[in-house]
Design a protein around this ligand. Structure first.
Ligand code: SF4
Length: 80
């Protein structure tokens, strides 16, 4: 997931409740598990995203992507 693009609409977190949660401080969604919901349910969540910021990635690339996420040092989304 590209958290920098997420607009915080919560759609994905409502559809795939065991996979996506809203990060309270940043107001953005975060994928917390890789095996929490069925593939169909996760795909449905991906399809609901209005800004197309959720993507399937290979298991091998997860660690690298997590390090990139930490380095992005995202700021909280503006409220309102
Ligand atoms: S559906 Fe997309 S924009 Fe909305 S909270 Fe999820 S990742 Fe963010």
């Amino acid at each position: 997931m590209d958290e920098s693009t997420c607009i915080g609409c919560r759609y994905c977190a409502h559809v795939a409740t065991n996979t996506f949660v809203m990060e309270p401080d940043l107001g953005r969604s975060r994928a917390i598990r890789q095996d929490g919901d069925s593939t169909d349910r996760i795909q449905e969540a991906i399809d609901t995203c209005p800004v197309d910021c959720i993507h399937w990635v290979s298991f091998e690339s997860l660690q690298s992507l997590q390090h990139q996420l930490i380095r992005q040092n995202l700021q909280a989304r503006p409220q309102g």
